[in-house]
Ligand binder design. Structure first.
Ligand SMILES: N[C@@H](Cc1c[nH]c[nH+]1)C(=O)O
Length: 373
């Protein structure tokens, strides 16, 4: 009989990381957080588990069914595993760090858990690293955050970075002003735009919104098409702000889709996804959003979360340690000196140990470093 437990099987969507990927993941996380820290973002470490209501209430990004929930056997409270750290950082900013001057720059890294994987990413556990700039969601703030995300990803060795920008409130802005829609029509228009359903929009009498589908694409032509619509007010201001952010991105190619909302459930005026060559799915995601304080005050913020697993799977972050076997009885000072020089030393526990069997490229013998044979 093959019993899944004795076979060491894991529940669906969960996996072990083995050498060298486990170390690669830790290296990548450290590299990303070092980059963010160098820009003044200070690390916070929220817990893995919180009150279910706190994870659902904050930012409105999760529904009950998105969380792995359980009853705390100690307190009887309903708890859940975090599925994203942004809301937790918002909670910290709005409570324990409410008295700290804004803008407040915070960083975080750790595992998150989704109840369900999707086709692109069947894994349920993900290693997230991110930064949140709290107290601002201006063009300058968004540009800082987006450029930082790109810089952090680029230093891992990723290439072919591209940024997809969306304006999750743009359609609602048009519906409230220049291209009026009733609330029910707006909800339907959103749904049709999500499905890029031109015929549906016509049937709804929202023909004008068709042009938004055609306008999605590489940033410069997209902006030109959207500007040609001759909009004014906040919708026009959003386009101007998006243009400034795209300019700030410099050489990093960007696309603009003014209607995309999927995956941006809590982001406000701007959201973005980052992709890279050789990595399946997004390597990062972020945008502007609102933090609600205990007294009901609302505070703007902008940030990003990077997803480390795709980078590990692409082979990044692996350090090729030079491994040397120290035969039984080697003086401790020899090992200390070699480690100080950057070697990983592997101490033999028996005489005649075979360096290759311990995956060592070298062996200490005759008082010096020798290639393993
Ligand atoms: N945490 C969000 C991205 C984000 C960070 N800050 C704002 N938005 C996500 O992973 O989808």
């Amino acid at each position: 009989m093959t019993d899944p437990i004795t076979q060491g099987l894991l529940p669906e969507g969960l996996r072990d990381r083995l050498p060298p990927q486990a170390e690669a993941a830790a290296n990548l996380l450290r590299g990303l957080l070092d980059c963010v820290a160098a820009h003044g973002y200070e690390r916070v470490q929220p817990p893995l588990v919180e009150f279910e209501d706190s994870l659902i209430g904050r930012l409105g990004s999760a529904r009950k069914q998105d969380l792995l929930r359980f009853i705390d056997p100690v307190s009887g409270a309903n708890l859940a595993l975090r599925h994203d750290m942004t809301g937790q950082v918002g909670r910290i900013a709005a409570t324990r760090l409410a008295h700290i001057a804004r803008p407040l720059r915070l960083a975080y890294g750790g595992p998150v858990l989704r109840v369900r994987g999707d086709q692109l990413r069947p894994e349920r556990e993900a290693l997230q690293a991110g930064a949140e700039l709290i107290g601002r969601d201006s063009v300058a703030a968004v540009a800082e955050v987006l450029k930082l995300a790109v810089e952090a990803l680029a230093q891992t060795g990723l290439t072919g970075l591209t940024v997809d920008i969306t304006l999750p409130e743009f359609v609602a802005e048009l519906a409230a002003g220049p291209w009026p829609l009733e609330p029910l029509q707006l909800a339907e228009a959103h749904r049709l735009l999500d499905g890029k359903d031109v015929a549906g929009l016509r049937a709804l009498g929202a023909d004008r919104y068709e042009t938004l589908i055609a306008a999605a694409g590489p940033a410069a032509p997209s902006l030109a098409k959207l500007r040609a619509l001759g909009l004014s007010g906040r919708a026009a201001a959003m386009l101007g702000d998006a243009a400034a952010i795209i300019t700030a991105l410099g050489d990093t190619p960007a696309t603009l889709d003014p209607t995309e909302r999927h995956g941006f459930e809590f982001q406000s005026w701007i959201g973005f996804s980052i992709f890279a060559a050789g990595v399946r799915g997004e390597v990062g995601r972020g945008g502007a959003y609102t933090i609600v304080h205990p007294n009901g005050d609302e505070e703007p913020a902008v940030g990003f979360s990077l997803y480390v697993d795709g980078l590990v799977d692409a082979g990044l972050g692996e350090v090729k340690h030079r491994r040397i076997l120290l035969p039984l009885g080697t003086a401790p000072e020899v090992g200390a000196k070699l480690r100080a020089e950057g070697w990983a030393t592997v101490a033999a526990l028996e005489p005649d140990a075979d360096a290759r069997a311990f995956r060592c490229t070298h062996r200490w013998s005759n008082g010096r470093v020798n290639e393993a044979v």
